[in-house]
Design a protein around this ligand. Structure first.
Ligand SMILES: Nc1nc2c(ncn2[C@@H]2O[C@H](COP(=O)(O)OP(=O)(O)OP(=O)(O)O)[C@@H](O)[C@H]2O)c(=O)[nH]1
Ligand SMILES: [Mg+2]
Length: 383
């Protein structure tokens, strides 16, 4: 699966160059003084949110990114050159965590937002800079300061208003394809959708809202079953949930004992197991495929059940477009009325062990701009 929404990488900033100890020796200068220049600054590693970047895919195999060191100071008061910073362009909506403590370091929510994840060390002072009235010939200089290093986890937050959740094949992708600009793959087998799709829904005279089609969930998702936990994390970033259910055909040979009410309860349980904040998210239920007679037959019973629970209930068909306007209105109202989830509620990925041994690796500073996943649109679900 090419879609990468979470990567862990180790960032090492460059060390500062050492200050030089040198002396002026010139033909017509009688008293050559100290002339050691300062060391250059080590390169920092800076993350920049860029709206042209779609995914974190390109960072997937970058276990370590290292900035160059500052050069030592030179004679004749020449300062050592500083190393270039490494700029890593990441998608807007990237959350930066310390991978060891899982603490959130930065939320790069706006285009152009920057975060210096590892700070280059400053260069040491050369002996010339220590010259004073009491010490005309200092024989010492400073070493450069070490750059900082840290292991970070970058997570792509999926920014949507309403998440479509439900069992595989209930018709989530079909719904987003008829109400928004998204054109995801649709098929009659489970787990057609392998990564979340976003669609923009224009809604009467209101401002458009963003709908997310999330891969199908099954029992045990919070423990990693099916496509698992990573997508539950995406749902956490949506304001509200539209929970799709379907009536499976009575003659279905592969009938696995599914029932729309039980499906709903199972998935609601998965969401609650994953996080309290997900369990508390506003939710509406939508019965899909009511063009099918056996689905329409169940509509009244299901409506009575969910309305009895106080859960708003809708029924629609993506094929005949029956009930679509009401459903879009309901989702749009949810998008407007539900507050955005608070960042502190996001469930952290599992922490990684701190690094103990840093192997020498090739200097990666030659190309000092890392573009992350520029062409996310070229990915498909089935690669
Ligand atoms: N009759 C009928 N079939 C539908 C309707 N909506 C979707 N389907 C069919 O249901 C099947 C599954 O549709 P998808 O939209 O791919 O389902 P999904 O929920 O996105 O499935 P996953 O991505 O696997 O989780 C496809 O064969 C669709 O053609 C509907 O309104 N009426
Ligand atoms: Mg789908």
């Amino acid at each position: 699966m090419a879609f990468v929404d979470c990567v862990t990488t180790h960032l090492i900033a460059g060390h500062g160059g050492a200050g030089a100890v040198a002396w002026r020796r010139e033909k017509f200068v009688e008293f050559g003084g100290p002339s050691g220049g300062n060391g250059g600054r080590g390169g920092s590693i800076v993350l920049i949110a860029d709206r042209n970047v779609g995914t974190l895919t390109d960072l997937r195999y970058r276990k370590e990114i290292r900035a160059g060191d500052g050069k030592p100071g030179q004679a004749r008061l020449k300062d050592g050159p500083s190393a270039d910073d490494i700029i890593i362009r990441v998608p807007v909506g990237t959350l930066v965590r310390d991978a060891v403590t899982t603490e959130i370091l930065a939320d790069l929510a706006d285009d152009g937002a920057t975060y210096t994840a590892a700070v280059g060390g400053i260069g040491g002072r050369g002996n010339a800079s220590f010259k004073s009235s009491t010490n005309q010939s200092p024989t010492y200089s400073q070493p450069g300061i070490e750059g900082t290093e840290r292991t970070v986890t970058l997570e792509l937050k999926l920014l949507a208003d309403v998440a479509l959740v439900g069992y595989p094949s209930v018709g989530k992708s079909t719904l987003i394809s008829v109400v928004s600009n998204a054109r995801p793959k649709i098929a009659a087998y489970p787990f057609t959708t392998l990564r979340p799709n976003l669609g923009i829904v224009s809604w009467r005279d209101h401002e458009a809202f963003v709908l997310a089609d999330i891969p199908g969930l099954i029992e045990g998702a919070h423990e990693g079953h099916g496509l698992g936990i990573q997508f539950l994390r995406h749902i956490e970033r949506c304001r509200a949930i539209c929970h799709l259910i379907e009536v499976t055909p009575p003659f279905d040979e592969v009938d696995d004992g599914r029932d729309p009410i039980r499906d709903f309860e199972r998935i609601t349980h998965e969401l609650a197991q994953f996080s309290e904040s997900l369990a508390a998210r506003p939710v509406i239920v939508a019965l899909a495929k009511i063009d099918l007679p056996f689905a329409r037959d169940e509509e009244d019973r299901l409506r009575a059940h969910f309305e009895g629970l106080g859960v708003p209930f809708y029924a629609f068909s993506a094929v005949t477009r029956d009930g679509l306007t009401e459903l879009v209105d309901a989702m749009g109202t949810l998008a407007i009325e539900s507050p955005p989830p608070e960042q502190t509620h996001f469930t952290a990925p599992a922490p990684v062990a701190p690094r103990v041994d840093v192997d020498e690796v090739e200097d990666e500073t030659e190309d000092n701009v890392v573009y992350v996943g520029l062409d996310s649109d070229s990915e498909t679900d089935d690669d």
